[in-house]
Design a binder for this molecule. Sequence first.
Ligand code: ZN
Length: 671
Amino acid sequence: MKFSQEFIEQVQDANNLVDIISQYTQLKQSGSGLMGRCPFPDHKEKTPSFSVSEAKQVYHCFGCQKSGNIFTFLNQYQGMSFPQSMEYLADRAGITLPKDTQDFDDKNALKKKEILKLNKAALSFFNLNLERSLKDSLVRQYIIKRGLSEETIKLFRLGWTLPEWETLASHLRSSGYSLDLAEEARLVKRKTKESGFYDIFRERLIFPITNSMGDVLAFGGRILAQGEPKYLNSPETQVFQKGKIFYGLEQTARYIRSEDQIIIVEGYMDLISLFQSGIRNVVATMGTALTSDHGRVIKRLTRNVVVLFDGDRAGREAAERSLSLLLEQDLYPRGLILPDSMDPDDFVKSKGVEELNRLIDRSPDLMNLIFMEWLIGFGGEPSEKIKIANKLKRVLDVIPDFQYRKLYVEQLAPLMGVEKNWLRDTVLSKAASLSVSSVSSSQSPLQSLSQVTKKNGSTPAPVSNSVPKILNSEAVYQVKSASKVEKHLLSLIIKSRANFEYFFAQNLGQFLVNPHMKKLFNFIDQAYRQSPEKFDRLTSLLITQIDDPSVLFYRTPLENQQVKRASQAKQSEVSEADSGWESVDANDTAVIGGSGEVEPSNSDDQRSLELETKFFNDVVKRVKEDFFKERLKTISHELKVGATPEKLEEMREIQKSLKDLKDSKESAEKI
Ligand SMILES: [Zn+2]
């Protein structure tokens, strides 16, 4: 399980944090860094304050103060342990794990890995079939009929299986894969009368079902010739549990984050059709009912849910079933039942995407929608009222937020012709509700997530939302207790190599007062000396070592000014950014340092540099001042106990130093 430092760095170098984070939120260039909306579920924001530095491979949110590197991100966001993230990143970059690190997994996990590998190979084969298909083939005709672009086919990695019975089986065999394993992956089936295996998916357009990290978990196939069933899905396997997976999330998660809304549809083609027509914050349930696991997946991304149901009877029933599930997770569900029993694909084709967007925007609260369905044929009889009240109670009981429940009662009572008080007494039993809410709110989304991704039944370390939990070890340096000025000093030397070298050349570490800071600066010094060319990597390293990484991202007064000015400028111009970031707040340009140097924006480069240098010098002076004052206190205390000439001399020297510092403050700031 231990990885060498070289190997960790090799894996880190081969992956770009920007690519990983871009899967979950849209990042845009802003000054010397990238900005986007915070991808973390507990921080909802309309304007981007999440900053990523490609040079330093770190992120920091100026809103919720989360910061980290590629490993902390995978830990915080996906609940991966350090070995899991190493494995994921190595695989992503095509790097083979060292042999002795591979056996830490039990057999089960190894089997899962093998199935994923086999699925990946099968998908490549299906992709190739589609690429090689002729213009007048069944699959090409279907693609034209459904209007699928090449770009869409590539993005969703669609494939094609040939009509013959053993093409995949023989391909896998000749590539050295075990067909027994392929049977476990539910790709082939053993023949009953003779030896050998045959393919399960034949003459079907293939939709790979992936997780958000791009692993191929299973397949869905739509038959194109005559035959049944129309859609064939892989049954559940060791790597695929329907109730936990949404189709399309790999491609759409970042749009869901940036729109702060998720649209749930039923089928592959519904999703792809909506995506291609520009509605991209969509997932599909693959024909199953929503589960609580689905609810937790959603909660990681957004709380605003629109469920798009087919207009048929099954669709209406599905709407009712999903209501409790979504409310239980403290989500805000809205619902849309499409007219004339149309599915989303039909609807977009016949009425256009604008019309669908309009309906989505105006879609009613799911609770109200269902309630209206209940009222169909309602005659106002007391027995009917009781019946509806009972149904309502069952739904309301799962809502964690009591205020939310009360609001529904207020709203719905007049619709069923009863007094609000009566309905309140009938449906709002506090005892029942308390138990539910305590269950669902005691779990943070990240905790639920880590429970989903936990392996081998071991309990994952709890993930804190406010302070990043550092991989698998505790933070080593407790800098929280240090003074503000020492924290500023830390951020300044990490930001600029010039500051950094000056600090250590002058041996300024001796003036630090906080013992933890002192130790931390020693550590930094050593880490830097080992490989000075990796100055940029220091930030990423420190994030994992200190209890409050946000200290590393303190802004200087100049940066604060620049941020403010940029925000004012942006507000005065009407910005029609392509991704809909119309309103921009002060955080927009607050990027974290680009390449280890302060990067002034334009013509007053020189002036900016002077201001930054002045600030650094001021901070250094303040640190020294604090040190001398602290020392002075100690000495005066000691003098009270017993004066010695040495102590008196030291006191005079400290007083002199303090005076010098004060004088130099008024004179020009020249190092
Ligand atoms: Zn945030």
